[in-house]
Design a protein. Sequence first.
Length: 453
Amino acid sequence: MKSKLSSLALVLLLLVAALMQISAVVRDRQLYRNVAIQGVAQSLAGAQTLTGPLIHMACTEEWDTRVDKETRSERREFHLVAAPALLTIKGNSQLEPRARGLHATQVFNLKAQLVAQWTDTQALQPVAQHAGSRMNCGQPLLMMAVSDARGIRHASVRIGGQPAPLKPGTFFGAYPRGVHAPLPPSLARSAPLEAQFELELVGTQGISVVPLGSDTHVALRSNWPHPSFGGQFLPVERKISDQGFEASWRVSALASTAQQDVAGKGGAGGKGACSPLGEGASRGGCLEAFSVTFVDPANTYALSDRATKYGLLFIGLTFLAVGLFEFMQALRVHPIQYFLVGAAMSMFFLLLVSLSEHMRFDAAYAIASASCVLLLGYYASYMLGSWARGLPFGLGIATLYGMLFVLLQIEQTALLVGAVALFAVLAAIMLLTRRIDWYARFRQAAPAGAAAA
């Protein structure tokens, strides 16, 4: 008995090593997928963040000071920024897959209309800090920044109802990528002022918007049914269906520091805009924004990785079932047979990840689980001595795979369902063995084992 237990312990160690190798394969394939997605982003455009529109103007102030009877000229450079009083954005984002090899990611095409309104532009009036200084300001620029300018497919602007030419770049500190339109000083300082942008922007992974208006209203539609809303502001209204989603945000400057961060530090290379994936937001290293990430629910590697975490539990429950058959029916199952059963259980996870690269995850799961159930049911009918024992064993394995599929589909309540299922299995084993005299069983098993030896 001791030698058999030692053999079974060795079998379990070998199977644990096999499961670890399979988990490493899943992680490697996940890494290859991430590299492929990054390759698409590098060739097309990455996650996009909209900052603006706003008006800025570069100024310098020069003054003379006397040091040791010498006159020296000093100067300071600064930016004046006028954020819109009302910023309205309406956008429609259509997604389509782009693949690199076996791996695909979603690429969005955003068509948006942006309307920025200034009730006054007093912020563009320079104020001297030194008496008798000489003030010199450049031409005011109306700009709109994006995080990856390669994604700009089309951009146009109408200022005060008249079309204006757009030029690349923003000439604005930490936000150099985007477009700008020079404004006549008289127009820049007139109020009210309205600018209407038409923008077509492509990218991957997600979209962020920095709420630069004193009041910012954003309405976004998309054909993607799996959005993840993030950033510092969640939508006030949202509707999600199989055909896509609609969401709207309303943000006041009273609730956001975005205007102050841009106006105070943007011209000197201050904070960058937050990533749609939330990078840097928790450390305060980026502008406040709200975002939509286009989550891909068909990430088969994430599901496969979650499935392999249950591998040891499945093998343990299977060994327990074989052991109960062996003990209750006075059978003798060799450790090699335990190893073969465990190897078949382990192969399920390798089959799952390899098949899911070429078909839908649920279809790959059905094929891999059905193959393993048929193999184990057939083998168990000979290992346990009859089809009457092999069939219930195969049905039990099928139940385990069915439970695992349910756990993978209900991520939010997987712990609860898994705990209840394990409790039910334990309760069933205790009820089936409640009348067994274990001492008598072991005394009977000992002479039988010695005689067979």
